[in-house]
Each structure stands twice: as C-alpha cells, then as structure tokens.
Design a protein around this ligand. Structure first.
Ligand code: ADP
Ligand code: GLC
Length: 478
C-alpha cells in the first residue's frame, strides 16, 4: 500500500506540540509493517537544512500569490522519503504558525501541493493510493482533489485538535483558488466564513481522530467546537485511533537527556534524576518531597488555571512543583509569581525545551494534566514510561490511557494514575491530595503503580495496524 502523509510539523525539525511527534513517528511505524509511506512537509528552514535534498519534483512560477514554489524530494536522517514544499511562505523566522496575515494562503498552498502530489505522483513512478492529511493545515487537500475531474487517490483526515480549524473571512475564497461552488453549508462555508477543517471533514473519504473517547466526545456540542453537527453527520466514517509513543525518543533506559538511566528492573536511577532535576531547577534537594510536574503548551484547553488555584495547597502539603511551558501570558505570569513566592518549592521554566522535558519526566514523581479537552495527549504516556504518575482529568485520550487508583483497581492490579471528572480546582485538589497521601503513606503501593505504568505498551505498532486496516478499507471502497 502506498500512502502519502501531509503534516505541518515533523519531529525533531519542527514541533509545536504532539502533532510533530506523531508525524515524526507514525510513517516509520507504518513502514515497519510493510507499507510504502512518504510525507509532504512545509519547507521550513530547519527542514530544508536537515533533510538531504535529492531532486526537484514540481515547480510553479507562483503558488497562491506566495511567489515561486517547488516540491523537493529528499530523505530524512532515518531514511524516510520526504517531500518539502519550498515556498517563500515558509521561509520565515519564528514558529510554524507565526501569523503574518497570509496563513490562509500559506496553508491552502500546502494543501493544494499535497493534493497535486497525491493525484499526479512524484514523476518517478511513486503514486500514492491514499493521502493521509493531518489537521486543518492540510484539510483543504480533499476539497481540491474533489474539484478536479478524473481518478483521485483516497483521502483520510486525522483531527489532532478540533479547537484549531483555520477560519478566515469568506472573501479569502478566490485567494485560495476555490470557487463559489464549494462555499455552502456542505462545503467549506461556516457561518459566512471559510473553514479549512470543515471543508476537510466534508470532503475526506474517512475521518479519524487520536483517541476513541475523543471520537465520541466531538460528536457532542460540549466538545464539537461548532462542528459536532458535521461530525454526527459523518459518524459512520469517523474512527478514533490512539496515538503511540516513539520509544526511540522516550525511553528512560536510553534517554540521552537523563543523568542516570533506569527501567522497571533497575529503577534506582530515577532517584538520581530527581535529585539532579531539583538541583538544576533550584528546588530544595529533598527526596521525601513529592515532586509534581507540568510540561505543556499553556493554552486554555489544558486546564492549567485549575493548577494555579492549587499551588498554595500543594506547597502546604510539602510537595514541590516544576513547570515547563509557554503560551497564554496570564498563565505564564501566574506560574512565575508562584515561583517567586515559593523559592525552592516551585520552579518555572517558560519556553520550549526538549531536553528539559525529558529531564523533568525523569525526575518527577507525578505529572499534572487537568485538561478540559485532550484529543489524545502524549505527555501522560511519556510520564507513564518515565515512572512519573499522571494526575489527569478523565477526558479524551487521558481517559483511554490512565486508570484511576481505587480499591477496585488496586485489587485488580490495573491502577496507573489518578483521574478526576469535574473540571474544578476543588476536585483537582482532591486528586493531588490522594496522590500525596499515597506517596507518603503507602510508598510500596506507589512504587507498584509506577512500575505498572512503566510496563505499559504504548508503542506505535498497535496504531500502525489500525491505520493499515483503515487505509485498506478506504482504498478497497474506491
Ligand atoms: P499537545 O499536542 O496538545 O500540545 P501532547 O501531550 O499531545 O499535547 O503533546 C505535547 C508535546 O509537546 C509533548 O511531546 C511534550 O513533551 C511537548 N511539549 C509541550 N510543551 C513543551 C515545552 N515547553 N518544552 C518542550 N516540550 C514541550
Ligand atoms: C493535539 C492534541 C493532543 C494530541 C496531539 C497529537 O495537539 O492537543 O491531545 O496528543 O495533537 O495527536
């Protein structure tokens, strides 16, 4: 089976969140089970530098008013065939989603290039049977494919986060090379505006999202971000497939960022990593203090305001908190203020730091993820692997990957973390209290839960097989 992926992020070159991790790992996992998989990415400077370019596949004098553009073919350091859309749209400083007033054309151009490459092949004999699009930045590709007559490949659109849709004024339509024939309620139109994701949801042959629970949730008004109607309409074509963990990158037994390596059989290195983390972050070097952590985009979706109202409580319990994140200025300021109020107990690093993310999970006893919505969530799975027990809200992929500690789950031997339902500070506080109590009063049970988490198999192979079967059924139905 030949499958072309299209995504706006690709670990380790471009990553704003979990999408980068998925795009960096899934194609390879699919290759390992025998598929021919390639990926189209935007030609961001870090990719043009990091990918070994072999040849030019297509060239256009002007792509959507962005100037001359071309598709280049190359190879990633681990041998994946990568196509890059080299265009002035992507040759800019800043993050991948830096807004410069033309994001509509920038990602429409990317979607259009994906559709073109998928339909016409790469000119040297590789012709995909299916185009797998990720998120709104690629969601117009199925629309473009639909607009041109003739045979086309099958399409799958994966929703990594419904909160981001790519919504622009209706007047942008001609600029993205679409005509009025698609500007209606069964097309790209959304309350008079142009909605990339909605277009993809209407035109893709199949839709997937990144956990079974989120696949159900998004069909309800509470989680549907205004598109629950469309998703209910397409529910027979919608499936949830849980993401995996790239064990080449996230494994405490080999992680190059840790001071000491450890695993289930020899867990003692974690104590060293805790001590080193406390030292590095200016926390009191106290192995008895339960060390909670946060590694997150500081976005409203993540529910971190609930943590802010629990920091005093957490410190009063003798616990410590380390935060790595960036985003909403109010949340940044809130955490910074607590670090000033509680030196040695609360430490905050604002910004993005891949190595520190690994060291935090290596050293922390627990991870807080009180998300209001979480399509899948990768950080809690990384935390489980690193023996940092997750404290999570029971939603989306968090509900699918963490089992709450209760008398029943302890008896059954299934507990892996602490879960709560209601998104309130009080209820999160209760979960934090339960965690601290167990850490202090029942250290053996704590260690058992920790070990169980470390043993969970979240490798990509299970998801890869799911996708393979899904691809086969879509291609078979064409
Ligand atoms: P989302 O994609 O919604 O941000 P996920 O849990 O799926 O949430 O993935 C987040 C990814 O981004 C993880 O790999 C996590 O380690 C990483 N991450 C988030 N914030 C930071 C940060 N400030 N520094 C380093 N890595 C971060
Ligand atoms: C999104 C979601 C996150 C998910 C990630 C990868 O950014 O917010 O829950 O894990 O995509 O699918």
């Amino acid at each position: 089976m030949r499958v072309l992926h299209a995504a706006a992020e690709f670990f380790p070159f471009v990553k704003a969140g979990g999408l980068g991790d998925v795009a960096g790992a899934l194609p390879r996992a699919l290759q390992e089970i025998g598929l021919s998989v390639r990926i189209l990415l935007p030609g961001f400077p870090t990719l043009l530098k990091g990918i070994e370019i072999r040849r030019e596949v297509y060239w256009w004098p002007d792509l959507m008013g962005g100037g001359p553009a071309r598709i280049l073919q190359g190879r990633s350091p681990d041998g994946l065939t990568v196509y890059l859309l080299d265009s002035p749209f992507f040759d800019r400083p800043g993050g991948p989603y830096e807004e410069m007033g033309d994001s509509d054309r920038k990602f429409a151009a990317f979607s259009w290039a994906a559709a073109h490459l998928a339909r016409h092949g790469d000119g040297s004999g590789w012709h995909p049977q299916l185009l797998h699009c990720h998120d709104w930045q690629t969601a117009l590709a199925p629309v473009y494919l639909d607009q041109e007559p003739g045979n086309r490949p099958a399409t799958l659109l994966t929703i990594h986060n419904l909160a981001y849709q790519g919504i622009y004024p209706g007047a942008c339509l001609p600029g993205v090379w679409l005509g009025p024939q698609v500007f209606h309620m069964h097309g790209v139109e959304y309350y008079g505006q142009l909605n990339f994701l909605k277009g993809g949801l209407q035109f893709a042959d199949r839709i997937s999202t990144v956990s079974p629970t989120y696949a159900q949730e998004i069909q309800t008004p509470a989680f549907g971000e205004g598109l629950d109607g469309v998703l209910r309409f397409r529910k027979d074509s919608l499936v949830g497939i849980l993401n995996g963990v790239d064990e080449r990158v996230w494994d405490p037994a080999t992680c190059p960022h840790l001071d000491a390596h450890y695993d289930v059989k020899l867990p003692s290195g974690k104590k060293v990593d805790k001590n080193m983390l406390q030292r590095q972050m200016g926390l009191q070097e106290d192995c008895e203090a339960p060390l909670f952590s946060i590694i997150s985009r500081l976005a409203p979706q993540k529910g971190l305001d609930l943590v802010l109202s629990n920091v005093d409580y957490l410190v009063s319990l003798g616990a410590q908190l380390v935060v790595l994140g960036s985003g909403e200025p109010l949340l940044e300021a809130g955490f910074r203020a607590f670090a000033e109020r509680y030196p040695g107990r609360v430490a905050v690093h604002l910004g993005y730091n891949e190595g520190l993310a690994h060291r935090i999970l290596g050293g922390a006893d627990a991870l807080l993820m009180p998300s209001r919505q979480e399509p899948c969530g990768l950080t809690q799975m990384y935390a489980l692997k690193y023996g940092a027990i997750p404290v999570v809200r029971r939603t989306g992929g968090l509900a699918d990957t963490v089992v709450d500690t209760s008398e029943e789950s302890l008896a059954k031997g299934t507990a892996t973390g602490f879960c709560f339902d209601e998104p309130s500070s009080w209820v999160l506080g209760e979960a934090i209290g339960r965690a601290v109590h167990l850490f202090r009063e029942q250290p053996r049970t704590w260690a058992q839960i920790q070990r169980r988490g470390m043993k969970q198999d979240f490798g990509w192979h299970a998801a890869a097989k799911h996708y393979r079967d899904l691809y086969a059924s879509v291609i078979g139905g064409m």
